[in-house]
Ligand binder design. Structure first.
Ligand code: CP
Length: 316
């Protein structure tokens, strides 16, 4: 067992250090909850009596909603702490917020924060299990897990797939977590983006790095398009969105460079007409909504693996 796996016993703070067997365990467990989520009654008693708190310091639609649904479908008591209406807006520190939550004895705390490492800080100051729902430019582990689940369902495997991750790599915790996971499971990862949006040392993720999109798309099985993060970009990094769309936007002509059965993924939210053309976002091999559906199943699996009592089955 390595350090990442030891952390995974109590928390999910990142993909870094997670073993292939533990990643596969999450994906296999997610299959059970994917089936549960398609039943007429989408609820199991697994986490009855457990308390799950979501604490989002940054905006979210998919991650926050799917964690809330995941907790509810597992019968946990789920509480969403909205930062804008909490005492954080009165200046309360993260540490005091965590100590306040600790006094209410939650079982699992899910946190998104603009500061890289914030979930690790919370984990050191609370008895609950902590799940990283996205921290700064660092990691978004459940996004990488749901992306892998979606790829495995669409392609039947992860090992050996050519996965092109395109766009604003430098500001993307999704790219980082995906590269770590995909390399661990034996996929070939390519990063493509303008030089200004490629992080220094991108090769250390085990990815092949391209400053044009076309060579990265050659024979790709999976094309993952990343959002241009307007909120984190200065004009020095990207002249105009129109220029970016012209040089890097995924359109039909570019997608034709990939394998004929290549799937298109995007973690959302999408900037249609910027990093992805309108018709590509909606075409039949776009997995965008499959990713959203997978998100609930994968987050149910994570909550079950962290929160269930020893020996408890996923659905009872
Ligand atoms: N992919 C993702 O994290 O989306 P949200 O910001 O809507 O949660």
């Amino acid at each position: 067992m390595n350090d990442g796996d030891r952390v995974w016993q109590q928390h999910l703070l990142g993909i870094e250090g997670m073993s292939a067997s533990n990643i596969v365990r999450v994906l296999d467990t997610s299959e059970v909850f994917y089936e549960v989520s398609r039943r007429p009654i989408r609820k199991v008693p697994t986490l009855r009596g457990k308390t799950v708190v979501t604490l989002f310091y940054e905006a979210s639609t998919r991650t926050r909603t799917s964690f809330e649904l995941a907790g509810k479908r597992l019968s946990a008591d789920t509480v969403n702490l909205s930062v804008s209406t909490s005492s954080v807006s009165k200046g309360e520190t993260l540490r005091d917020t965590v100590l306040t939550l600790q006094a209410m004895h939650p079982d699992i705390v899910i946190i998104r924060h603009a500061a890289s490492g914030a979930p690790h800080f919370v984990a050191r100051n609370i008895a609950a299990s902590v799940v990283n729902a996205g921290d700064g430019l660092h990691e978004h582990p459940t996004q990488a897990l749901l992306d892998a689940f979606t790829m495995r369902r669409a392609k039947g495997r992860i090992a050996g797939l050519n996965v092109a991750i395109c766009g604003d790599i430098a500001h993307s915790r999704v790219a980082r977590s995906n590269a770590l996971l995909l390399r661990t499971l034996g996929a070939n990862v390519r990063f493509a983006g303008p030089r200004t949006l490629l992080p220094a040392g991108a090769e250390t993720f085990g990815a092949k790095v391209f400053d044009r999109i076309e060579p990265a798309l050659q024979d790709a099985d999976v094309v993952m398009v990343l959002r241009i993060q307007r909120e984190r970009l200065g004009s020095a990094l990207l002249p105009t969105l129109r220029e970016y769309a012209r040089a890097f936007g995924l359109n039909k002509a570019r997608l034709a460079l990939a394998r004929p059965d290549a799937i298109v993924m995007h973690p959302g939210p999408m900037n249609r007409g910027v990093e992805i053309d309108y018709d590509i976002a909606d075409f039949e091999r776009s997995m965008v909504l499959n990713q959203v559906e997978a998100g609930v199943a994968v987050r149910m699996a994570v909550l079950y693996l962290l929160g269930a009592d020893a020996g408890q089955s996923p659905v009872s």
